[in-house]
Design a binder for this molecule. Structure first.
Ligand code: NDP
Length: 301
C-alpha cells in the first residue's frame, strides 16, 4: 500500500483523530463563510427540519444548529410535532426552497411513519439538498457530475486522505449498501480509482473478502461486527457505526481493541467518522451558497 506513514505491522494501529480533522475542516469553512459575508454580503443559511420527538434526533439537530452558528452561518431549526402530516411538511419544504436566505436544507431522518421520506426528499430543491440524498444529487454522484455529496461518505474520503493523498489502485471493501453511507462511499472510492467491493447482509464469508482490503469501511449498525480476522495487516479501517449499547456507551461496528492489533490505521467510536459528518454538512452548505450565487465553490477538505 502506498501510504505516506506506513506503520510496522506488529505495532498497534494508529488511531485516526476524527475530532482533530473535523476541527481543521470547520476552521477552514469558517474562513470561507467570512469571505462570503464580508466580500459578497452572503451569509450561508442552513435550515434543519425536525419532525417529532425522537431524543437522538433532537440531539443531532441541536448539534447541527450549534455547529452552523460556530462557523458564522445562519442556523435555523424548524421543529414540528410528531403528528405532522406529509402535506404540512411539504408546505414547509416548499417555503424553504423559495427562501433566498436558506442555502441548505436538511430533513432529519427518520420521519414519523405517516410521512413518506422519499416523497419529501424529492420535493426538496436539489441545489439545497445538503445531505446529498435527492435523486438528482445521487444521479450526479453516479455520473461524476458536480453536485452535493452525502456528508458521512465525504468525511470518510477526507479521513483517508489524511493518511495518503493517493488512493489509486487500493482495494477498498465497503460493508453496508445503504443510500446514506454504503453506496455513496463506494462510488466516491471508485472516483479515487480504488478497486471497490461492496458487501451486505447476504454476502457469504465477509471475513474472507474483508481480509483482501487495503481500506475497510464498515457501515452496518451491527456493534463489533468486524473482528480481527477480517483485517489485512496494516489496513486502514474506518468504522462508521454508531450503536448505543445497554450500558449507555457508544460502540462502533468494529471490534476496536482486537482490530487495532492488526490494522495500520483505525477510527475510534466516538471521535472518528462521526465528527466529520457535521463538518461536511457545513462544507456542503458553503458549496450550495456559492453555487446559488454563481460563485466558484471553494475546495474544502
Ligand atoms: P442501514 O441500516 O441503512 O444499512 C445497513 C447496511 O448494513 C445494509 O446495507 C445491510 O445489508 C448491512 N448489514 C446489516 N447487517 C449486516 C451484516 N451482519 N453483515 C453485513 N452487512 C450487514 O444503516 P446506515 O448505513 O444508515 O448506517 C450504518 C451505521 O452507521 C449505523 O450504526 C448508523 O448509526 C451509522 N451512521 C453513522 C453516521 C456518522 O455520522 N458516523 C452517519 C450515518 C450512519 P442489507 O442491505 O442486505 O440489509
Amino acid at each position: 500500500m502506498g501510504t505516506a506513514k506506513m506503520k510496522h505491522t506488529n505495532q498497534q494501529a494508529v488511531v485516526i483523530d476524527g475530532k482533530a480533522v473535523a476541527k481543521k475542516l470547520r476552521d477552514s469553512i469558517k474562513r470561507h463563510v467570512q469571505v462570503l459575508v464580508e466580500d459578497h454580503k452572503i451569509m450561508p443559511g442552513l435550515a434543519v427540519v425536525l419532525v417529532g420527538d425522537d431524543p437522538a434526533s433532537a440531539i443531532y439537530v441541536a448539534n447541527k444548529e450549534k455547529a452552523a452558528k460556530e462557523v458564522g452561518m445562519r442556523g435555523i431549526v424548524h421543529r414540528m410535532p410528531q403528528n405532522t402530516s406529509q402535506d404540512e411538511l411539504l408546505k414547509l419544504v416548499h417555503a424553504l426552497n423559495a427562501d433566498g436566505k436558506v442555502h441548505g436544507v436538511l430533513i432529519q431522518m427518520p420521519l414519523p411513519k405517516q410521512i413518506d421520506s422519499a416523497t419529501v426528499l424529492k420535493a426538496l430543491d436539489p441545489a439545497k439538498d445538503v445531505d446529498g440524498l435527492h435523486i438528482e444529487n445521487m444521479g450526479r454522484l453516479m455520473s461524476d457530475m458536480p453536485g452535493l455529496v452525502p456528508c458521512t461518505p465525504m468525511g470518510c474520503i477526507i479521513l483517508l486522505k489524511t493518511i495518503t493523498q493517493n488512493l489509486s489502485g487500493l482495494h477498498a471493501v465497503v460493508v453496508g449498501r445503504s443510500q446514506l453511507v454504503g453506496k455513496p462511499v463506494a462510488q466516491l472510492l471508485l472516483r479515487e480509482n480504488c478497486t471497490v467491493t461492496t458487501c451486505h447482509s447476504r454476502t457469504p464469508n465477509i471475513a474472507h473478502i474483508a481480509r483482501e482490503a487495503d481500506i475497510l469501511i464498515v457501515a452496518t449498525g451491527k456493534p463489533h461486527l468486524a473482528k480481527a480476522d477480517w483485517i489485512k495487516p496494516g489496513a486502514i479501517v474506518l468504522d462508521v457505526g454508531i450503536n448505543r449499547m445497554d450500558d449507555g456507551k457508544l460502540a462502533g461496528d468494529v471490534d476496536f481493541d482486537a482490530v487495532a492489533k492488526v490494522a495500520g490505521y483505525i477510527t475510534p467510536v466516538p471521535g472518528g467518522v462521526g465528527p466529520m459528518t457535521i463538518a461536511c454538512l457545513l462544507g456542503n452548505t458553503v458549496a450550495a451558497a456559492c453555487r446559488q450565487n454563481e460563485l466558484t465553490v471553494p475546495h474544502i477538505g
